[in-house]
Design a binder for this molecule. Structure first.
Ligand code: FE2
Length: 187
């Protein structure tokens, strides 16, 4: 039997991307945010989003608190309605905060920061569980979020930050609908 003669592969070894000069961006270049928006414009949008996050968090907390404390003949329907709203609002907080990070800034996340940035009053319906007062506060809260989303959408639109425009459009659709549905309970 003829010895098999191993022939050396003539195929060249694949060169790793690291081997080619200049192919690997430096760590410092990667650490800087360079997404086609100036730092000043990213900051303007991130500041707007921080206001949106603070109002959205305050509204989330208020809606969840009312889910717990509502009383009276409307209990079941409002308990369920509030749960649907706060669950959606909770998920949105992450989207808003992560957009701030993608723009290169820290997201606010302490009670002190939220109280400073939020336009929604941190207040409680004392003892009575008065459903009409709760619904009225949530109408006002949802409308407050709409106003800050619209202002942030405007800033983002001016600097061509389309992902933020998209996010603000989505949040506006939700909070305008929530405000309408809640307001309808009082009419
Ligand atoms: Fe619950």
């Amino acid at each position: 039997m003829a010895k098999s003669t191993k022939t050396k592969s003539t195929a060249k070894k694949k060169t790793s991307p690291k081997a080619s000069k200049g192919a690997t961006p430096s760590l410092s270049a990667a650490a800087a945010v360079d997404i086609g928006l100036t730092e000043a414009n990213r900051k303007k949008v991130a500041d707007g989003l921080s206001n949106v996050l603070a109002d959205s968090f305050t509204l989330y907390l208020k809606t969840h608190q009312f889910h717990w404390n509502v009383r009276g003949p409307m209990f079941n329907s409002l308990h369920v309605m509030f749960e649907g709203q706060y669950t959606e609002e909770w998920a949105a907080l992450d989207e808003i905060a992560e957009r701030i990070r993608a723009l290169g800034f820290d997201a606010p996340g302490t009670y002190a920061q939220f109280i400073r940035l939020s336009t929604i009053k941190d207040e409680q319906i004392r003892d009575t569980g008065d459903w009409e007062a709760m619904v009225a506060q949530l109408v006002i809260g949802n409308e407050a979020v709409c106003r800050v989303c619209r202002a942030t959408l405007d800033i983002a639109s001016k600097v061509s930050d389309e992902p933020t425009v998209d996010l603000m459009t989505q949040r506006l659709s939700i909070h305008e609908k929530n405000a309408w549905m809640l307001r309808s309970l009082l009419q």
